[in-house]
Design a protein around this ligand. Structure first.
Ligand code: PBG
Length: 327
């Protein structure tokens, strides 16, 4: 009888040996937790399509941030829902803007938390598009001018990092030079470089009240069919001075994450978006999948593809498992 000469199973026979040969690990260091801050007072409300995710008024957000800190998660990314929207999204650079007020509060009460701000306009404009409209399209260069005001205001109010998500051409360069001229040379830029026009953002748009009032975002976000163009976008952002590049969504774009990792020498972030979260939560609730196992497998796959860090609504759930020694 012929025996197999090579037996890969030898290294799978017990948990101890599996631990020794494991190539990818999820750690607290990988996690960024998104937080929604909204107008009003004394509000903590669950997002219906994102069970376990809440929107907090500024006076209630500090407790949420402390919970994230106590779990050992190093960073949060802030999204704002303002009381008043207008045509240009002027809340984004107002001293009394929702993000500015949240930043001041969080930085005062939880100074050790690393706070990233999402830099965009869709939650702040009446039309729900990611910039200034001219006719029915977003005007790129007018939007750049407003982006500069927004990032400077975020920096003044304590943001540790800014993350422009609007997919405007030249946004990284414009933001870098604005920050530098204002004396914020130390603030890094995490660019949403390869952001696809994705249906996976649905639950986020409910949470952030940022669905476009007409049309869609396909004149600025990328076509899901394009991988080479994603690399072009990433390489442009690197040239323009991005410190970290992002691929978004994550799960349907693991190939893009892997390619971006190979094509760059800067850290790669992946955004495990709202629809990815909602699908797992929904199927888990119905008892159709094991939510916890699918969550871990999903996040491991994103890391294995090449992500150095992951923005995920699962961050607190994963951190709890890590802290209990379960993963
Ligand atoms: C734009 C922005 C979006 C998300 C993050 N930043 C929405 C969009 O492009 O419509 C989506 C995040 C998610 O789905 O979890 N400000």
């Amino acid at each position: 009888m012929e025996f197999p000469k090579l037996r890969p199973r030898r290294l799978r026979l017990s948990e101890n040996i599996r631990r020794l040969v494991r190539e990818t690990r999820l750690t607290l260091d990988d996690l960024i937790y998104p937080i929604f801050v909204r107008y009003g007072e004394n509000i903590v409300e669950e997002v219906p399509s994102m069970p376990g995710v809440y929107r907090y008024s500024v006076d209630r957000v500090v407790d949420a941030v402390k919970e994230v800190r106590d779990l050992g998660i190093p960073a949060i990314i802030l999204f704002g829902i303002p009381e008043h929207k207008d045509e240009i999204g002027s809340d984004t650079w107002s001293e009394q803007g929702i993000i500015q007020r949240a930043l001041r509060r969080i930085k005062k009460e939880v100074p050790e938390m690393y706070v990233i701000t999402d830099v965009c306009f869709c939650e702040y404009t009446t039309h729900g598009h990611c910039g200034v409209l001219k006719g029915h399209t977003v005007d790129n260069d007018l939007t750049l001018e407003n982006l500069k005001k927004q990032v400077i205001s975020h920096a003044e109010n304590g943001a540790d990092m800014v993350a422009p998500s609007g997919m405007m051409d030249g946004m990284v360069q414009a933001i870098r030079s604005a920050l530098d001229s204002a004396g914020y040379t130390h603030i890094p830029i995490m660019a949403y470089s390869a952001k696809f026009a994705s249906a996976f953002y649905g639950p986020f748009r409910d949470a952030a009240e940022s669905a476009p009032a007409f049309g869609d975002r396909r004149s600025y976000q990328m076509d899901p069919a394009n991988a080479r163009e994603a690399l072009k976008e990433v390489l442009l952002d690197v040239q323009e001075g991005a410190d970290i590049v992002m691929v978004k969504p994550a799960l349907a774009y693991l190939d893009i994450i892997a390619k971006v990792k190979e094509a760059t020498l800067i850290p790669v972030c992946a955004y495990n978006v709202s629809g990815e979260y909602a699908m797992i939560k929904a199927a888990g609730r119905l008892g159709w999948i094991d939510e916890e196992k699918v969550m871990i497998e999903t996040l491991i796959s994103i890391k294995r593809a090449g992500a150095d860090m992951i923005i995920t609504y699962f961050a607190k759930d994963v951190a709890k498992l890590i802290n209990k020694g379960i993963i």
